[in-house]
Write a protein that binds this ligand. Structure first.
Ligand code: AMP
Length: 299
């Protein structure tokens, strides 16, 4: 049991463990006419997560952050057992930023004996991370659906850092008629450009020096693609640069439609594109993405 962290106004940050406690807390807010925001996380919180809490606070009267390391979105051999868990530090940070409650259920209550339902989102879940992490988006979609139905928030905030995940969640909310406004928060980066991630803690000092090259290559490639250049040679050159910088396997590096994630040969002039990558750096898998917005008149 974690001791409740104190909020800046001196009140304790409630840590809710059961669905009943979460629903009671949300119902009490609702009875006072307050709106509710939800920010799902797996904990090991950094400034990227906190930016999402702030975005939720801008849009709702009360904000619940969830902390749940969801076993079903990790594949065999992935880092579920070693994923950083630091609830005391996390709740202190959430209290500081003004979050109103933390929902941190245990795996048994999320997936009790006999649990047999899975949410599968077709289309946007295919390709990219969907190809390299089989079952991942099924696990994400299932747990996010459960969290949304448990809390029934007005707004839920997710990071653009996990861009394909954001599109999967937008799709499932639309398809299942879940009455929630899904908001995407921009990626928060270290000063050298590396996207903040709980998994950056796995990088050695030498790898950490190489890691910012991913964003740099993505940003520079996106700038060229924005002028309407054909994607294939630009992506080939970007791959060469990443390999030369010291990255290992490049799982994907692709220009996609920003909404449907359909593959593109070049940036369209009537829709936003997105350049997305997943690369290995030593034992760590890094993902990142940047917008590609066609600058008309340049080509
Ligand atoms: P995670 O704890 O990794 O499952 O992430 C929880 C939420 O934080 C997801 O919506 C992520 O997309 C988001 N997130 C992770 N890293 C960042 C970042 N650097 N900037 C903004 N949001 C992020």
């Amino acid at each position: 049991m974690t001791a409740p962290a104190a909020r800046t106004d001196g009140t304790a940050l409630p840590i809710l463990r059961t669905v009943a406690d979460l629903r009671r807390c949300v119902a009490e807010w609702r009875s006072r006419g307050l709106t509710v925001g939800l920010v799902p996380t797996m904990g090991a919180l950094h400034d990227g997560h906190l930016s999402l809490v702030r975005a939720a606070l801008d849009r709702a009267d009360r904000v619940v952050a969830t902390i749940f390391v969801n076993p079903t979105q990790f594949g065999p051999g992935e880092d579920f057992s070693t994923y950083p868990r630091q609830e005391t530090e996390d709740t202190a940070r959430l209290a500081d930023v003004g979050c109103h409650a933390v929902y941190a259920p245990d795996a048994g209550s999320m997936y009790p004996e006999g649990f047999a339902t899975r949410v599968i989102v077709d289309g946007v879940s295919r390709g990219l991370c969907g190809d390299h992490r089989p079952g991942h988006f099924e696990g994400v979609a299932t747990v996010v659906t459960k969290l949304l139905l448990r809390a029934l928030p007005d707004v839920a905030v997710f990071g653009e850092k996990d861009y394909q995940q954001l599109q999967v969640i937008r799709r499932l909310v639309a398809d299942l008629d879940i009455p929630v406004d899904v908001v995407g928060g921009p990626t928060v980066r270290a000063a050298d450009g590396l996207a903040l991630s709980s998994r950056n803690a796995y990088l050695s000092e030498a790898e950490r020096r190489v890691a910012p090259m991913l964003f740099r290559v993505l940003r520079e490639t996106a700038a060229v693609l924005a002028s309407g250049a054909p994607a294939a040679p630009m992506l080939a050159e970007a791959r060469i640069r990443l390999t030369a910088a010291g990255f290992g396997t490049i799982e994907y590096l692709d220009l996609r439609d920003a909404e449907t994630l359909a593959a593109l040969d070049c940036a369209p002039d009537d829709r936003a594109g997105r350049l997305l990558a997943a690369v290995r750096l030593g034992a760590t898998r890094l993902i990142d993405n940047v917008p590609v917005i066609r600058s008309l008149g340049d080509s």
